[in-house]
Design a protein around this ligand. Structure first.
Ligand code: 5RP
Length: 220
């Protein structure tokens, strides 16, 4: 079974968590693309979606699923999104697709966060995957110097602009022993819009596609 088949398996398993007649928060990425396709099979049972990126909005609308502005819907019952890494507390690294800020906003505004991934994403310690940090363009060099002082190696994601018109620094070389502390420290650097650590608001459930079926993981 390929990683993509495992992602698809987890994505379809997420349908069991969807309440009827509600609005679904939708993340971004290849796993979420499978979830959007899955959601289309029950679109008559939901009111619509709130989307974390332009690409997810386009895919949702192509399926005929109505996309609402978060400001018009208030608190959301459920948010479904992928991850680049998850630890056993369901604290995540996200933002490989660059949609971390909008993803984090919707996760914060949701009662339940269901994370979907293939089983390779579950790790003991976060940080092998470079941590994305969204930065206001004029602050890029300053923020990079501050991150170097913290022990990280920031790499500018060249040619990439976020949906919020900002840039991304991918921070290598971190072994993240205290995810909440690091999430707060990065947020405190002037010029940082948000960072890809989802530790203060972790996932509530992790659905992992695997050779032996979808595994459901709850925080330790
Ligand atoms: C996008 C994300 C994605 O959820 C993350 O990169 C995982 O992507 P994929 O499902 O393609 O493996 O955070 O900003």
């Amino acid at each position: 079974m390929t990683a993509d088949e495992m992602k698809k398996q987890a994505a379809y398993a997420a349908l069991e968590h969807i309440d009827t007649n509600g609005i679904v928060g939708v993340g971004t990425g290849s796993t979420v693309n499978h979830f959007i396709d899955a959601l289309a099979t029950i679109k008559h049972k939901i009111e619509g979606a709130v989307s974390s990126s332009i690409v997810s909005t386009q895919r949702l609308e192509a399926h005929g699923i109505q996309v609402f502005d978060l400001n018009s819907v208030g608190q959301i019952a459920i948010y479904v999104d992928g991850a680049d890494e998850s630890n056993h507390n369901l604290q995540l690294i996200k933002g490989g697709g660059g949609a971390l800020t909008r993803e984090k906003i919707i996760a914060a505004a949701s009662d339940k966060f269901v994370c979907i991934a293939d089983e390779s994403k579950l790790v003991d310690i976060l940080g092998t995957f470079p941590l994305p940090v969204e930065v206001v363009p004029m602050a890029r060099s300053y923020v990079a110097r501050e991150i170097v002082k913290m022990g990280g190696q920031p790499v500018y994601r060249e040619g990439f602009i976020t949906d919020n018109s900002n840039v991304i620094l991918d921070v290598h070389g971190l072994e993240i022993m205290e995810p909440i502390t690091l999430e707060k420290e990065l947020n405190n650097i002037v010029g940082v819009v948000s960072n890809g650590l989802f530790a203060m608001r972790p996932a509530d459930v992790l659905l992992l596609g695997s050779e032996s079926g979808t595994k459901t993981v709850y925080a330790k």
